[in-house]
Structure formats: structure tokens, C-alpha cells
Design a protein around this ligand. Sequence first.
Ligand SMILES: *Cc1c(COP(=O)(O)O)cnc(C)c1O
Length: 377
Amino acid sequence: MQTCSERSEAIPLVDLKRQYSSIEKDIDLSIKRVLNSGQFILGTEVSSLEKEAAEYIGVKYAIGVASGTDALHLSLLACGVGEGDEVITTSFTFIATAEAVSYCGAKPVFADIDIDTYNIDPSKIEEKITEKTKAIIPVHLYGRAADMDRIMEIAEKYKLKVIEDCAQSFGTEYKNKKTGGIGNAGAFSFFPSKNLGGYGDGGMVVTDDGDIAEKVRMLRAHGSRQKYIHQVIGYNSRLDEIQAAILRIKLKKIDMWNEMRRKHAVIYNSLLKGLPVKLSDSNNREHIYHVYTIRIKKRDDCIKFLSENGISSAVHYPVTIPAQEAYKHLGYKESDLPNSYQAAREVLSLPMFPEMEKGEIETICKAIKRFIETGNL
Ligand SMILES: *Cc1c(COP(=O)(O)O)cnc(C)c1O
């Protein structure tokens, strides 16, 4: 089959090499600076990144940790979540959101999503609250802000903590505030393919609460404030100096990159308009399009067709969390969470990264049109 791409290679879902080549000199210099400093864990690069990220998000404190999963886990612990507690979260997310709850000895309780935004449906939260409920974890999925006003209202009414899962939403704004700075704490991931990603694992907790910040700071470093003096049993969850130095370079570009993502989304939406697909159509600052996801029937046939035409795509996510083998024991049924199950069947993520070219988006949209026209839908 003839490929419709003008580039000889396939269009990737994400191309981190293109981004690196645009910042290569600065990155190489910053890595060298760390190598020459002889300090590799929790040094001046990490503390500078923490200061710069706190300022960017608009919070008092930022604490670098080893991953986004740890950022969630340590935030939950710092908020007092423990054995026997319940934490309400979305059934349609990456599994780390639920795992972090399980690590605390607490039980994740799943609420269904709004099928238009893919984020937790606030109207489904209240019915899940029991006397064991301690916290809510909204996920700003795909980089789109969850309905934080309604979530914060419920949290206030029932005295619950809110930990925002911002792994996909660095720089997303919600009513002039950055995500992560709205709940009691925000958890970020710097996994390489995230919209702000390092060149290895990394994460960050942000908060305005001095008590939460202090606890996370202790927990990430074996429960100690002072070397070899340990208040609590903590963890080894530190951010590397090399990752922090890389992230400081990338932090300066994040607004520009998020803006480029938004522009690509506008092009996608205009080219796919009128086709029998559900568009990802929030063209405002509440969506930074960490991933660009549409909904389409015969999704798996479409993936195959795109692949035959040299176009990569992905499914975020093919299985809801309560339907995963790991969480089957909680006993949820499809009828409990119909929107999440529908999304898992129909969502399709198309290539999205700041450096992609308009011609690539055109190629992708033409291929989808052909898929539909050749009698598939
Ligand atoms: C990536 C991701 C995480 C976990 O982050 P890691 O840095 O990979 O541990 C958590 N939640 C969501 C929604 C994610 O996308």
C-alpha cells in the first residue's frame, strides 16, 4: 500500500528527538554543569527547579520526587490517608492514580467520567462518599482541567482533601489558576513523554500548605529532616540533579510548547469536523493537549488502517481501572461506570507533540477520512 506521508518514515505519536534537537546546546551544557559540580542528588539544580516551578504554578512550595506515582503517593500520605481509608477517583485514568491509593493501605473508589471531557463527573462523586472517605483525586486527563469548582465544593462540604493528578497537565489553567495549585496538593510527573518531561523518571508535589510540604520533604528522604535523624519511616524518592537541570531548561519553553499543541488541536478539529468522530474540542486555556484524543467507532480497525498508512496512534486507555486484573477484586461492573467503559472502547489518541508539522496533521486527517469513506463507518 502506498504511504500517504511525505516524510519517508512513519509519523510518530510523540517525537522526543525533534524536541531535543531544538534545545540540544542548552541541554548538553546543563548536563555538563551537573557532571562538573560533582553533586547528583538533591542539590542546587533541584532546589532551583523547585523554586521556579512553584513560582510558575503559583504556589508556595514545590518538592521534587522520583516519579509522578511517588508524587501522588507521598501527597496522599502527607494528607493523612492511610489504612482503611477510601479515596474517590476516576475509573478512566492511568493505573498509577489508583496504585498510589493502594500503597497507602487505602481503597480506591471509582466514580464515572463525563463522556465529553473524559474527566471525573462531579455529579457522581457525592454518592460514593462514606465515613471512610478521606480524599478525592481528580485527574486532569489528556491535559484538560477537571471541573475543579464543583470538586472543591464537594470536598469542602464533606471535609475531604483534594490531590490533583497533574501528570498530564503541566501548565493547564483553570479559571486563571494553574492546575496543581487548586486542591490541597498537586502531583506532577516528569516521565519523558509527558508534556514537561525529563530524560528519565521524575515527579513533583506542589502545595500551599506548609504542613503537607514539610511531610513530603521528609518522606522523600527516608523520613529525615536532618541527615541520619529519622522522624518517620520514609522512602527513597528523590529527584536527580541531571533531571532537574534538564527540566529547568524545558520549563522556560513550556508555555510556547503548550501553545503549539493548542494550535495543532485547532487544525485537527477543523480538518476532522463533519466526520462521524467525536472531537476533542476545548480550544481554550483549560486544555494543553498533552494528548489529542478523539472517539471513533471501529477504533481498532482504524488503528490498523492508520498503521498501514505510516501513522502511529495509541489508546489511552483500553481498559478501565476497575476492569484491570489488579482491581477486579473490587467487583465493579460495566453498568456501574458506563461512560468509562464506552471511552475505553472508542478513544483514539492521534500524534501530538509541539514540533509536529501542519502537513503531518493533514496527512493524518486525510487518512482518517479515507478510513471512514471506504465504507468503514
Ligand atoms: C504518567 C501518569 C502517572 C504516573 O507518573 P510516573 O511519573 O510515570 O510515575 C500518574 N497519573 C497519570 C494520569 C499519568 O498519566
